[in-house]
Design a protein around this ligand. Structure first.
Ligand SMILES: [Zn+2]
Length: 372
C-alpha cells in the first residue's frame, strides 16, 4: 500500500496576477528503487494520458512502491484552456507560435566538461553530482535569468525541474488521429518491448526541445563523453514519449490497459515488485526515426483517409482519396494517393479538409519486428 500526497505547483502567473498551478501527485518510495516522473497533457487536446495517470494512481495506492513517483496529469493549464469553438487547440503557444513541447532546456557543454573534470568519480557520485549540476544550470538559465524567458520556457522549466529528479521519465501524449506508438531512445532499445505499444520509433541522441530528449540527452551525452575518455558507464536516466491514441478522446477502460503497460515497465525496473506486471504478448514493429516518413498533400481538397492505422500497407495500396472542388465534371476530380513503399501508418491529420502541404499521414517505413 502506498500513500498519495497531493500538492499544487505554480507554473506561471496570468495578467491579473493570479497564479496558474498544476496538480502534482506523489508517492514516497519505501526502498531504493529508481525514481519516476510521469506527466500528461502538455499539448492541450491530448487528454488520454490524464486518464492513464488516474488509473495508475488507483493501482499504485494498492501496491508497495520502492522508488519515489511523481505524477502530473495536467502539465499545461494554458494549453488545455486554449479553446476555439468546440475544439481544444493547445499545441502551440498562441503568442510565440512555438510548440509547447519544444521549450525544454539542454546545455550541450555540461556533459563533456563534467567528464573531463571528474574522470574517476564513482558511478553513484557521477549520478548525484551531475544531476545537481544540470538542475543548477536549469534554474540559472530559466528561473534566475536576468533577461527573463518566455511563458512556455518558464512552464517547461517548472516541469523539467521535477523531471530532473527522476531516473525514469514518461511523457504521455497522443497523435491527432492516431494508433499507439512509442518514442524510444536508441540506447535503451530493449525497453521497447516492455510496454504494450505495438509501434516504436527509435530516436537518436539529438536534442529537439521535447521533454524526453531534455531528460535523456544530458545523460546519454555524458556516457559518450566518458566513453571518449576510455571509460564505459551506463546511461543513468531513461526517458520516453508515449503516444496513446487520438487527441480529444478519452477512454477509462483503455487507460487502465495503458496503465498496466506502464506498470510492467516499472515492475521490470523494480519501482514496484518485480514480476508483478508483465508485458502483453504481441507483435511489435519498430523503425528508425529517419524512416518515420510524413506524407504531405500534393494537392488541396477534401480527403478520405483510407489506410487503416497500425496495420501494414503495401506499396501501391491507397493512403487517401482526395475530392477536388475545382475539378467537378473533370476526369481528375477524385485522385488517389498510394503508398510509395511498404509501410505502417500510425497517425493521420484530424480534418478532412486539407491545404496543399498538409501533413496527411505519418508512416513507419523500413520497419522491422522487435523481439523480446
Ligand atoms: Zn503531444
Amino acid at each position: 500500500m502506498s500513500q498519495i500526497i497531493s500538492s499544487e505547483v505554480e507554473v506561471t502567473h496570468m495578467a491579473n496576477g493570479q497564479a496558474m498551478t498544476v496538480p502534482v501527485y506523489s508517492i514516497k518510495g519505501q526502498g531504493n528503487g529508481p525514481s519516476v516522473y510521469i506527466q500528461a497533457n502538455m499539448h492541450g487536446a491530448e487528454v488520454q494520458g490524464n486518464a492513464v495517470i488516474y488509473q495508475l494512481l488507483e493501482q499504485l495506492k494498492q501496491l508497495d512502491c520502492y522508488g519515489d513517483i511523481t505524477l502530473v496529469p495536467l502539465a499545461n493549464p494554458i494549453g488545455s484552456n486554449q479553446k476555439s469553438g468546440e475544439f481544444t487547440l493547445g499545441r502551440f503557444d498562441p503568442i510565440t507560435g512555438d510548440n509547447w513541447n519544444r521549450g525544454y532546456h539542454f546545455n550541450a557543454q555540461l556533459p563533456q566538461q563534467f567528464a573531463q573534470q571528474n574522470p574517476d568519480l564513482s558511478m553513484s557520485d557521477i549520478v548525484s553530482q551531475f544531476r545537481a549540476l544540470i538542475i543548477a544550470d536549469l534554474e540559472q538559465q530559466r528561473f534566475n535569468n536576468p533577461y527573463g524567458v518566455t511563458t512556455g520556457r518558464f512552464l517547461c522549466a517548472k516541469l523539467q525541474r521535477m523531471a530532473f529528479e527522476a531516473d525514469i521519465v514518461l511523457d504521455l501524449h497522443t497523435g491527432p488521429i492516431s494508433s499507439r506508438h512509442l518514442y524510444c531512445p536508441e540506447y535503451t532499445k530493449q525497453s521497447a518491448v516492455l510496454f504494450d505499444i505495438p509501434h516504436v520509433l527509435f530516436i537518436p541522441r539529438d536534442f529537439d526541445g521535447a521533454l524526453d530528449e531534455a531528460c535523456f540527452c544530458p545523460w546519454w551525452q555524458l556516457q559518450q563523453a566518458y566513453s571518449d575518455q576510455g571509460r564505459a558507464i551506463e546511461v543513468a536516466v531513461k526517458a520516453f514519449t508515449l503516444e496513446l491514441g487520438s487527441q480529444e478522446w478519452l477512454c477509462l477502460e483503455e487507460a487502465k490497459r495503458d496503465s498496466h503497460s506502464i506498470l510492467s515497465y516499472l515492475s521490470h525496473h523494480s519501482v514496484i515488485k518485480k514480476g508483478s506486471f508483465e508485458p502483453t504478448a504481441m507483435t511489435r514493429y519498430g523503425c528508425d526515426l529517419k524512416d518515420y516518413r510524413t506524407v504531405y498533400a500534393n494537392k488541396s481538397g477534401l480527403v478520405e483517409y483510407l489506410a487503416p492505422l497500425g496495420q501494414q500497407v503495401k506499396a501501391g495500396e491507397p493512403l487517401v482519396r482526395t475530392l477536388r472542388m475545382d475539378r467537378y465534371d473533370q476526369d481528375d476530380v477524385v485522385e488517389v494517393t498510394p503508398a510509395l513503399e511498404n509501410c505502417i501508418p500510425v497517425l493521420h491529420f484530424a480534418s478532412a479538409s486539407v491545404n496543399q502541404g498538409t501533413e496527411l499521414y505519418k508512416l513507419l517505413t523500413n520497419y522491422f519486428t522487435l523481439s523480446r
